[in-house]
Design a protein. Structure first.
Length: 223
């Protein structure tokens, strides 16, 4: 066997062992799975205006999702956070308030994490294991702090920019359909447009043979 063959063999072994030992790590962008499952993640709730309607759509479409909630809103509407968990959706912490955490000092960050986690504990009886930073950004040093308090920081693999008012619902659905892969994590926001967009989006995802599941379910199916 010459060097070329060894290189090939090593490459095959390297790729294969990579697949076998694939793990999601602390920061999740997508989940390695062979099944046609995806996670819809919905940020910035809960609100009386939209959360009950979103839950209704998900129930109608037999889909589960993951809600990244702002603790201050949970403080105001603990019953909405309870409805989310009671309906088998996953729940994550999206900060006490929707602030840029990168500007927080170490002390301020710790206090904010503790304050928000207590709010969730009081509302739903457990400490969220997922965290998604507002605006999606953290410094490397902050990432270590979060590693101490959460199982995963959840980012996303598909951002259809649903907050962009210039983008039509049709364009958003097209974007998601094009990027869809087993284990995709899709970021959406709790807002007026989502009520109309969500049933159409789930329908389009189902039509491609994919099912929308909570992050808990998706992680349970990782390979
Ligand atoms: Zn947000």
């Amino acid at each position: 066997m010459n060097l070329k063959h060894w290189c090939k063999l090593f490459l095959v072994y390297f790729c294969f062992s990579g697949i076998l030992s694939a793990d999601v790590g602390f920061v999740i962008r997508k989940v390695p799975t062979a099944k046609k499952l995806v996670a819809l993640t919905i940020d910035d709730g809960p609100s009386m205006k939209y959360t009950p309607q979103i839950l209704e759509v998900l129930a109608q479409k037999e889909a589960t999702a993951t809600f990244f909630l702002i603790a201050k809103n949970v403080e105001t509407y603990p019953e909405l956070a309870q409805s989310i968990t009671a309906n088998n959706h996953s729940l994550g912490n999206h900060g006490y308030e929707h602030r840029h955490l990168q500007k927080f000092s170490h002390k301020k960050l710790l206090k904010s994490i503790a304050k928000s986690q207590v709010v969730f504990y009081d509302a739903v009886g457990f400490l969220p294991k997922y965290f998604r930073p507002p605006f999606g950004k953290l410094t490397d040093a902050q990432l270590n702090v979060f590693n101490y308090h959460f199982q995963h920081i959840v980012r996303w693999s598909i951002d259809p920019r649903d907050w962009d008012k210039k983008k039509s619902n049709r364009a958003i659905i097209k974007h998601v359909k094009k990027e869809l892969k087993p284990g995709s994590v899709i970021v959406l926001h709790e807002n007026k447009r989502l009520i109309k967009l969500l049933p159409k989006l789930i329908k389009a995802i189902n039509k491609k043979g994919y099912r929308c599941v909570s992050l808990d379910e998706l992680l349970a199916e990782r390979t």
